[in-house]
Design a protein around this ligand. Structure first.
Ligand SMILES: [Zn+2]
Length: 359
């Protein structure tokens, strides 16, 4: 079954972690052995061949670059211009992947339907198919001003999450309080004009409700789990989930261990000691389905290799291709074939088709 993963920081891995994602996973890991500069060295689980192996044929792939006051406390760039340039380097990598046939950018219904038809064609070997990607910006700091939004739309940016971790030029993010900034309110209006997708991931509670009230266009939560299961501001509470469901949003469940099971201590806990396996992911998906009363809103936004690796993701997932194991887990819990199709790709596809119908 085709899988759509709504959140992967592919270019960040290529450009900041210096990972050649066209290589096989073992050689990427081997190149990092002994490196100490980042906590997840040698533990990556994502590569383009592994995506193909798992039939993860379409992903939402990010550009990401924060503006920071102090790089030593919160890594980032000291000016919007530097952050913009970083995202343009990431874009150049995606374009190089397109040129070599490794990836295919999806920007409209025509490119989407052609790509889905290719992935559904069993006569073509999966390992020869390009991985499709829809471009999203995680944290809007790098948009120097709103004229850059139009430039970004022109090169295919189709979704934005205004916030990330900490303070932001457009919206405060995870770990913060308070509403969008005045710039953020303007950003949402411009995104509405362009019929872009608003990703509410990483917004504060105040920012979430403000954005839901202001934004008229399509809204999703690309990588987000449930506060009822793991109590943290980074997670969505049931009122937020209800409001998203009411609005036809899709919520992509993420695989960062601390978001899956309670009592995780970063750097100390291990997935096996904390019982973090793919069943915990199914718990969050199931919670969303129970709230909705159907399987039309839950999906996958794995965030794998999003600044963490196998040291901090389910122990029964050795690469991203193991997302397939979730199918059997959901089946055991009574999820029908059509429920599983919804969760693996049907919900994202329906959402994107609807969002782009009038573009
Ligand atoms: Zn994130």
């Amino acid at each position: 079954m085709l899988i759509i993963d709504a959140h992967l920081d592919l270019a960040m891995n290529a450009m900041e972690w210096n990972r050649d994602l066209t290589a096989d996973i073992d050689s990427i890991r081997a190149r990092e052995s002994g490196m100490q500069d980042k906590p997840d060295r040698g533990n990556n689980v994502v590569s383009l061949p592994e995506l193909r192996k798992g039939r993860i044929g379409l992903v939402v792939a990010t550009q990401i670059a924060r503006v920071t006051e102090n790089h030593r406390i919160l890594p980032g760039w000291y000016s919007p211009e530097q952050a913009w340039a970083q995202t343009q380097g990431q874009l150049a990598w995606y374009r190089a992947m397109i040129d070599t046939g490794e990836m295919q950018q999806i920007t409209d219904l025509t490119t989407l339907e052609r790509h889905i038809a290719l992935w559904e064609d069993e006569g073509v070997a999966n390992d020869t198919k390009p991985v499709g990607f829809m471009l999203s910006l995680e944290g809007a700091d790098s948009l120097i001003d709103l004229s850059y939004l139009e430039r970004a739309y022109a090169y295919g940016l189709r979704a934005i999450g205004p916030a990330h971790y900490g303070p932001g030029r457009y919206a405060p993010g995870t770990g913060m309080e308070g509403p969008l900034t005045p710039l953020g309110v303007e950003l949402l209006k411009e995104m509405d004009h362009l019929h872009m997708v608003l990703d509410i991931t990483h917004l504060t509670d105040a920012g979430f409700w403000q954005a839901m009230a202001i934004y008229k266009g399509p809204v999703w939560a690309s990588h987000h789990n449930c506060r009822a299961l793991v109590n943290h501001q980074r997670q969505l509470d049931d009122d937020q989930l209800d409001a998203l469901i009411e609005r036809g949003a899709i919520i992509g469940s993420a695989l960062d261990a601390w978001m899956l099971a309670p009592n995780w201590t970063r750097g100390k806990s291990t997935p096996s000691l904390c019982g973090v396996n793919l069943d915990r992911l199914a718990d969050h998906i199931d919670h969303i389905c129970q709230l909705a009363g159907n399987s039309n809103h839950a999906a996958i936004g794995s965030d794998l290799d999003g600044m963490f690796g196998s040291e901090q993701c389910p122990y029964d997932l050795s690469t991203i291709a193991d997302l397939r194991k979730l199918e059997g887990i959901l089946e055991k819990r009574g999820y029908t074939a059509s429920d599983r199709t919804n969760i693996f790709h049907g919900n994202w596809l329906r959402f994107i088709r609807r969002a782009w119908k009038n573009n």
